[in-house]
Design a protein around this ligand. Sequence first.
Ligand code: CA
Length: 231
Amino acid sequence: MSEGALVLVVEDEKELRRFVRAALTAHGYRMIEASSVAEAKMLATSHNPEIVLLDLGLPDGDGLELLAMLREWSRVPVIVLSARGREDDKVLALDAGADDYLTKPFGTNELLARMRVALRHRASDAVGGEEKVLTFGDVSIDRTKRLVARGGQELHLTPIEYRLLVLLAEHAGKVLTHRHILKEVWGPTYASQSHYVRVHMAELRKKIEVDPSRPKLIVTEPGVGYRLREA
Ligand code: CA
């Protein structure tokens, strides 16, 4: 499905573009490149890419500008390329509609894995099918019966824990920001109550992680949010 997808890479660092080009073309992707916001806007409109890799610090402006423009008319997956230590930028970008981020420097495997996740989520959104049973690791969620089990053993989750887990599982492999989780699980008026997420996530981990102090299923993205690791 992702084979041959047209990728728009927006990045002003030549070296990084060269690295990404080598990785993408070796794996059958087609790629168009922009090194500024203006160029990216033109290419995005004229070529309708299937996925966008977006640097935020561009010579003529902020990558978020392009993201805002794209989100007016397109749900194309956008993965932000961000410098280490710029957690606030990542959160801003994710809350503005980016699908994921990669912290520079990143490796080929990480890049390709994140792209596969983003493309797959977009494809399943398009189909609109809601899977009745979600599974990851040895955990399964039966949505019809509202039943969660680990290794065949039923787990007793509170309604909030259940909604947290389903939300994470629906977006397996994708990072979810605190704000996004709060809005989905508690509602829009709770968007700034990050401690709710921390408290209930800790309880949920006690129930589904083998070792809650070393979570393997629900991983923390420091300063950003949480990600359910794909099995
Ligand atoms: Ca840059």
